[in-house]
Design a protein around this ligand. Structure first.
Ligand code: AMP
Length: 218
């Protein structure tokens, strides 16, 4: 299974990508995770990407396409993969198409996780991520019940600096302008699978699994 996951920030792409990775043994390529790691380690890539990420803007295509090329090369012989957060615009989508063709890889499908705006804002302002393994948590309204450490690896839970209201608004605007045309591109190719992402996480995973089965993609 070779999948792309698309959806606005806060749609649960990362969470569903992780579930697909565990359930089907897929290799996951998350450009957001790769970039956050690079920023934390102050690598040359991280230093270049940081100012864009802090402002909620897209990192230049050439940096993203270089990451994608390297990772696809590493995983090309594995049974399947899921791309989380990439491609993010039409240019990345078209170049990815060429890269896949050269590697003789055919996409199974492109999943768009749809979530209404108020749900996105709620989720992102309450989202905390593990600094170490990237696991995502949504805080409840009662602060005394807030976890302080990741239940998977014990890492520190942090509020991402791009999960603040002004940056979220910018990321959503960019999603509308840059990523929606990409969704139309995949729809025209008959690859698009649309999923309601406002349901609870296990339900979304179940519906996604069923869609992949119905389409004969599992
Ligand atoms: P994400 O975790 O997918 O929401 O990504 C966090 C940030 O990383 C984004 O707001 C962008 O600044 C950057 N980023 C991640 N993936 C891409 C991509 N495919 N193209 C450009 N920028 C990206």
């Amino acid at each position: 299974m070779k999948l792309i996951l698309l959806g606005p920030p806060g749609s649960g792409k990362g969470t569903q990508a992780q579930i697909l990775q565990e359930k089907f043994g897929l290799s996951k390529i998350s450009t957001g995770d790769i970039l956050r790691n690079a920023v934390a380690n102050e690598t040359p890539l991280g230093l270049k990407a940081k100012p864009y990420m802090e402002k909620g803007e897209l990192v230049p295509d050439e940096l993203i396409l270089q990451i994608l090329k390297e990772r696809l090369h590493e995983i090309k012989d594995r049974p399947g993969f899921v791309l989380d957060g990439v491609p993010r615009n039409l240019n990345q989508g078209k170049i990815l198409e060429k890269m896949l063709k050269e590697l003789h890889i055919t996409l199974t499908g492109v999943v768009e996780i749809e979530v209404p705006l108020p749900v996105i804002i709620d989720r992102l302002t309450l989202r905390r991520s593990c600094e170490k393994c990237g696991s995502v948590y949504t805080l409840k309204s009662d602060p005394s019940s807030h976890p302080t450490a990741c239940s998977r690896c014990g890492g520190k839970l942090i509020h991402r600096s791009d999960d603040t209201i002004p940056v979220i608004e910018k990321r959503l605007k960019i999603y509308q302008a840059e990523t929606l045309p990409l969704i139309r591109f995949y729809k025209e190719k008959g690859l698009l699978i649309q999923i309601n992402g406002s349901l609870p996480i296990p339900k979304v995973a179940e519906i996604l699994h069923d869609c992949l089965k119905v389409k004969g993609r599992n």
